[in-house]
Design a protein around this ligand. Sequence first.
Ligand SMILES: Cc1cc2nc3c(=O)[nH]c(=O)nc-3n(C[C@H](O)[C@H](O)[C@H](O)COP(=O)(O)OP(=O)(O)OC[C@H]3O[C@@H](n4cnc5c(N)ncnc54)[C@H](O)[C@@H]3O)c2cc1C
Length: 375
Amino acid sequence: MKVAIIGGGIAGLATAAHLIQQGVQVEVYEQCIVPSKVGMGFIMLSNGLQMLQELDLLAKAKKLGHPTHFFSLKNPTGTTILETPLEDALTMMRYDLIDLLQRKLPKSVVKFNHQFESFEYGKNKKLVAANFTNGNSVKADIFLAADGRASKVRTVVFPKRTLYEIREKEIVGVLKDKDLAAHFGEGFMKVISPDGGLSLGIVPAGNHRLIWYLQFDTQKYTSPSKEASKIKQFVLDRIRDWQAPIPALIEKTTVNKIHLWPIALLKNGFEQFYQANLLLLGDAAHPLSTLTSQGVNSALEDASQLAYLFAKFKLKDKPEYLENVFKKFQQVRLPILEEYERQGAVLLEKFLAPFESIDDFQIPLGNNKKNLILK
Ligand SMILES: Cc1cc2nc3c(=O)[nH]c(=O)nc-3n(C[C@H](O)[C@H](O)[C@H](O)COP(=O)(O)OP(=O)(O)OC[C@H]3O[C@@H](n4cnc5c(N)ncnc54)[C@H](O)[C@@H]3O)c2cc1C
């Protein structure tokens, strides 16, 4: 039995690592020509960390990442509104996590320069082969699509599932600066505009690095064009009067380390994750609001849950159980992901509204429960 995974991001690589541990024949097809160094970072929460532990990668992740011990909420003049300890939160650069997962796999597993284009079909909507823009065609028994939020696989197989951009956009930046890193310390800080619809998060990522992200309401503030210098200027204009050293943090970030990120969700929610011998995973299946911080964590959960079901149904030797595996995966994962989706909607509503009371505030870290995997 051969499993072809389309997309070598977090979900694709983690799934490959789990399945290879079970002796399943897996190949990952990734569009990047070489391992990607792109991306900023994310906060790994207890559910994601638990999934790394299952892959025996937690100790290494802790060495590469940076523990985030507390959360503080401030207003633009610097007054602290709330401060609370955080349990089990680790900030990681995306490329460190990608590298960690890639190293878990034999080198030949990930086939770079493979951008998925189309499928060839057999009977009953069963996929027989995946075609790539480099001219290669790959046959497999099971296809897993982990090609991210704008998934080409999803648009080919489920053309009616379209994305829409939400009102909130993010501009993310990263910089390395010893003094600023020392100033902002160990905690995740969020500064919110009392008028609503504008906030700046600052997260230390270790090694004197700081990741910051400006979230803004596109109905209140016209989004800048994609030109890097305009994006930076947009951020500076929003936080110019905020307490020092916030303006310096933005000033010191080079324009090539600043990225504008529109957030697109599925118009009709998540629906079915599978069809015949194809299953969608991670952002391809369930793009989530970044306000939940569950993108990476839920991708790791998907990988672990699927691997568990593969083993439980002994799918390697009993391919006739594929539908049972996919059905059970859907049954277990959908309610959990719909809860993240609901939390994303609540967080968005609160973000857009003026800040009135701390009682209404919700720490923007979604659900941080443990043991979400059915075992
Ligand atoms: C370049 C990049 C940078 C990111 N930076 C951040 C960040 O700084 N902070 C954050 O919170 N989240 C970031 N994300 C998103 C985050 O990684 C995901 O939300 C989360 O990890 C879920 O993982 P995923 O594997 O489902 O999707 P992703 O991590 O998005 O992985 C999808 C993978 O599929 C590949 N792919 C896409 N289309 C095709 C195709 N047609 N054929 C073959 N391969 C394809 C992509 O190159 C990518 O490697 C980034 C994603 C990408 C792709």
